[in-house]
Design a protein around this ligand. Structure first.
Ligand SMILES: C[S@@+](CC[C@H](N)C(=O)[O-])C[C@H]1O[C@@H](n2cnc3c(N)ncnc32)[C@H](O)[C@@H]1O
Length: 189
């Protein structure tokens, strides 16, 4: 089964985990992975790897495969990822276990395509605190929200959490379905 079809099937069955019927667009993938493009030796942590929309490109660019960790909660996606990318390390777990999985490892690029909107506020906070703890100085944490979520209270509160913890640059990608606002977060000095 193609990765797109597998994604669609699981998305229909698990709307709260996936939140979107379509995979992240190639235009968004390019923006999210720009630090890795600039330095192929980046240590990368991918949160919510799904059927590998970003992983495919990461695997092509990354110079040292040991520099990658992917976390995916859905067992079917996890099986698909481990079969498709045997050279990369994946964990079948919730990203709430970053600390447990990564110990004291730091990353130059942490990418999340998680559907933040479906996570409650305390869970979001817990994940963001762990992301911050595992981000290398000078590194990037990149994530996005669908533009449709920006105007809801939950969307505004999530953005506030990002701004409280990180220095944030934003951009929009309209060649994504639905269109998104991308957050490029770096540690505060
Ligand atoms: C919107 S999909 C994005 C999938 C893929 N990375 C892409 O860009 O097309 C979100 C992914 O996060 C996974 N996910 C949701 N909640 C999670 C959690 N708490 N821990 C780990 N993965 C999670 C879902 O199973 C799904 O694969």
């Amino acid at each position: 089964m193609s990765s797109a079809l597998q994604f669609l099937k699981v998305a229909v069955r698990n709307p709260t985990q996936i939140s979107n019927l379509w995979k992240t667009s190639p235009f968004t993938v390019r923006k999210l992975l720009s630090p890795l493009k600039a330095d192929g030796y980046c240590r990368v942590l991918e949160l919510g790897a799904g059927v590998g929309t970003l992983t495919y490109t990461i695997n092509k660019i990354i110079k040292n495969k040991n520099n990658y960790i992917g976390i995916e909660i859905n067992e079917g996606f996890f099986q698909f990822l481990t079969k498709s990318y045997p050279e990369l390390k994946f964990y079948s777990a919730s990203v709430e276990a970053i600390e447990e999985i990564c110990n004291h490892q730091k990353f130059d690029l942490i990418i999340s395509t998680l559907s933040w909107f479906n996570l409650d506020s305390a869970v979001q906070e817990n994940i963001l605190v762990q992301i911050k703890a595992h981000l290398e100085k000078g590194g990037y944490f990149k994530t996005y929200l669908f533009v449709t979520h920006l105007f809801f209270k939950d969307g505004r509160e999530f953005q506030k959490k990002l701004y409280d913890k990180f220095n944030v640059d934003t951009s929009y990608e309209f060649l994504n379905f639905p269109p998104i606002k991308i957050f490029e977060c770096r540690l505060k000095k």
